[in-house]
Design a protein around this ligand. Structure first.
Ligand SMILES: Nc1ncnc2c1ncn2[C@@H]1O[C@H](COP(=O)(O)OP(=O)(O)OP(=O)(O)O)[C@@H](O)[C@H]1O
Length: 593
């Protein structure tokens, strides 16, 4: 299965832009009132801009040339000033309203994205580095803000302005207007050519940026390994390589964007020369007035300015569109594991587990478990043993339905796990992976994660039950000690004890534990052992066992090899059998023990 790493670019679809833009704009629907307010303000600002040259024309042709009416001219001037002051206030108001609007929409999108990510199956996260997901939730959503602002503040007003200016120019003088528009078809062809390349360039830049993000995230998460192996040099080289790729993509994209601007500026210049050349000749022959030529030249810059703005907008649009594309790609990813139609709520279970001919592969074509069948009575403790890569973790991942199987059935108290709701299934399980994950915050917060409504007394009780209380009270602030991200301030054994307390508090019927292999000091080890015993007591438990004591005390040992259940029974039975378990035991545990 291809796993996307920081070395590989993400695949994105060559999306059609309009539907995506429409989808984005649909987020505005709940804020209709605010949008209308912004549009009204934009219309006011636009109207003032469009009327300014007309006032100028009337001023020159009528009040100066024809009637020499100075008071009339001053009145027109005062009106123009008043309107422009009004427009200034409208601009301020529009900025404020727009900021409110775009922030509300972004909040909604970020929330949707985050909530959706929580529903996605393990497979989704297996396939992407966390840094790339982070880039979407943070960076890409920020880029959308730009997109929104541009759509509403640039695209719409400029399009309207362009149409209005064309109409006004045609009304003022058809011939002059046609001279002004002469260059437009040529411009369009050139722009399409350049834009295609610019678009590709910006998409590539985004991908390279995402790779860089993924690398930095991975590097920072593994900084201890990097420093431990003195691999900073290699990491710096990787980082420089990624930066170079990102810079290359940026320069190539910018090159096209700059070409685009130059193209518009040249077209603007040539277009203006044509109009002035024709205008002056028409003035000479008396076809137009001075006022008309002056106002026409104002409209001419009003015609080119939106084209310039729109071209800039288009550049930003393609860059930010890539962000929208990546966000929608996440939102459109169907959670692979979800409640079946008509899924029932799993009633409180006793803890009976049955695998019937289960076949499973992370890649459906490559099974890692083949025809696995076993059954476990409520309250039994099961030790899973077998060589590395045998499929032990895969079995325990299936019990919580983190992945769906390709063949067979998994039953809990006789209920097919695909036919019950995920919430009711997982809430009755306690899972403790080998690398204990603790969140930044206090010890108390981390234990409470097991059951959010637990009281402080219940937290202490759970900690006492798994022998975590002793070390916690010795810490400077006891249960309120801050443990930093991933429990950085605690030892490995202490982290496990906190995780045990967390699991104890949630009081699951089925407990899944991947026993840690790391060696810890004998005192903590004794506490951890006692903690495990307490935790397992009275519940069905699956332990990927690395400790001799856990294995010997298990009610049933499942021996897995190459994805198959090779043997099962108690320690005594399997030793007598002198099969795979016996060999494993002799080779592994006797050597160590
Ligand atoms: N997320 C994954 N995506 C693809 N393949 C995977 C994934 N996780 C495990 N595998 C593969 O599935 C097989 C079984 O792995 P599993 O983790 O179940 O073994 P294990 O017995 O728990 O090994 P260990 O004792 O080393 O933890 C291995 O070949 C492994 O490479």
């Amino acid at each position: 299965m291809p796993i996307n790493t920081f070395r590989e670019d993400e695949e994105t679809k060559e999306g059609v832009k309009l539907p995506m833009l429409r989808r984005l704009l649909r987020y505005l629907i709940p804020y209709k009132k605010s949008v209308l307010k912004v549009f009204a303000l934009i219309a006011l600002i636009l109207a003032v801009q469009l009327f300014n040259p007309l006032f100028l024309q009337v001023g020159i042709d009528y009040f100066i040339d024809k009637t020499q009416n100075i008071p009339g001219l001053l009145a027109v001037g005062a009106l123009v000033v008043a309107l422009n002051i009004l427009s200034m206030f409208a601009i301020r108001l529009r900025l404020r309203e727009m900021a409110k609007l775009s922030n509300r929409v972004l909040y909604q999108i970020r929330q949707d994205l985050y909530e959706h990510l929580q529903t996605l199956a393990f497979r989704y996260f297996d396939e992407r580095p966390a840094g790339k997901i982070l880039a979407r939730v943070i960076g890409d959503v920020n880029s959308l803000k730009e997109l929104f602002n541009q759509c509403i503040l640039t695209l719409l007003p400029n399009l309207v302005k362009l149409v209005c200016v064309c109409v006004i120019m045609l009304i003022l003088n058809v011939k002059l207007a046609l001279f002004a528009l002469l260059i437009v078809p040529l411009l369009a062809v050139g722009l399409i050519f350049i834009q295609r390349r610019a678009h590709r360039g910006w998409r590539l830049f985004r991908k390279k940026n995402s790779n860089l993000n993924a690398f930095v995230h991975e590097n920072m998460s593994g900084i201890r390994v990097v420093q431990g192996f003195a691999a900073q040099g290699q990491m710096n080289r990787n980082f420089n390589g990624l930066i170079r790729q990102q810079r290359g993509a940026y320069i190539s994209a910018v090159r096209y964007t700059d070409l685009f601007w130059a193209f518009v500026e040249v077209a603007w210049g040539v277009g203006s020369i044509i109009v002035y050349w024709a205008g002056v000749r028409m003035l000479d022959t008396g076809h137009i007035t001075v006022g008309l030529l002056v106002s026409f030249s104002s409209y001419l810059s009003m015609f080119w300015q939106p084209i310039m703005d729109l071209s800039n907008f288009y550049n930003n649009l393609v860059t930010n569109m890539a962000a929208a594309e990546r966000i929608f790609e996440v939102l459109d990813t169907e959670p692979e594991i979800q409640d079946a139609d008509g899924a029932q709520v799993l009633p409180p279970i006793k803890g009976e587990v049955e695998f019937q001919h289960v076949t499973f592969g992370y890649d459906p074509q490559v099974p890692v478990l083949r025809d696995v069948s076993f059954s476990v009575a409520p309250g039994q403790s099961i030790a899973l043993v077998g060589p590395t890569g045998a499929g032990k973790t895969s079995i325990i991942n299936l019990i919580s339905r983190f992945y769906d199987i390709q063949e067979g059935t998994i039953l809990l108290d006789g209920h097919d796990i695909t036919q019950v709701t995920l919430e009711s299934l997982r809430s009755q399980m306690g899972i403790m992976p080998q690398d204990t994950f603790l969140f930044s915050g206090t010890i108390k917060d981390n234990i409470r994660y097991g059951r959010l409504d637990a009281t402080d007394e219940e937290i202490v009780e759970a900690a006492k039950a798994v022998h975590a209380h002793e070390f916690i009270v010795e810490m400077e602030k006891g249960y309120d000690t801050d443990i930093q991200e991933r429990g950085g301030r605690l030892s490995v054994g202490q982290r496990q004890l906190v995780a045990f307390a967390r699991a104890m508090l949630s009081n699951p019927r089925i407990l899944i534990l991947d026993e840690a292999t790391s060696s810890i000091d004998t005192h903590t080890e004794r506490l951890v052992q006692a903690g495990i015993r307490q935790l397992l007591a009275g519940r069905t438990s699956f332990v990927i066992a690395h400790r001799l004591s856990t294995i010997q005390q298990a009610d049933q040992i499942l021996v897995i090899d190459k994805g198959q259940l090779m043997e099962h029974g108690t320690h005594g039975e399997l030793m007598e059998k002198k099969g795979l378990y016996y060999n494993l035991f002799m080779a592994q545990f006797l050597r160590v023990g």
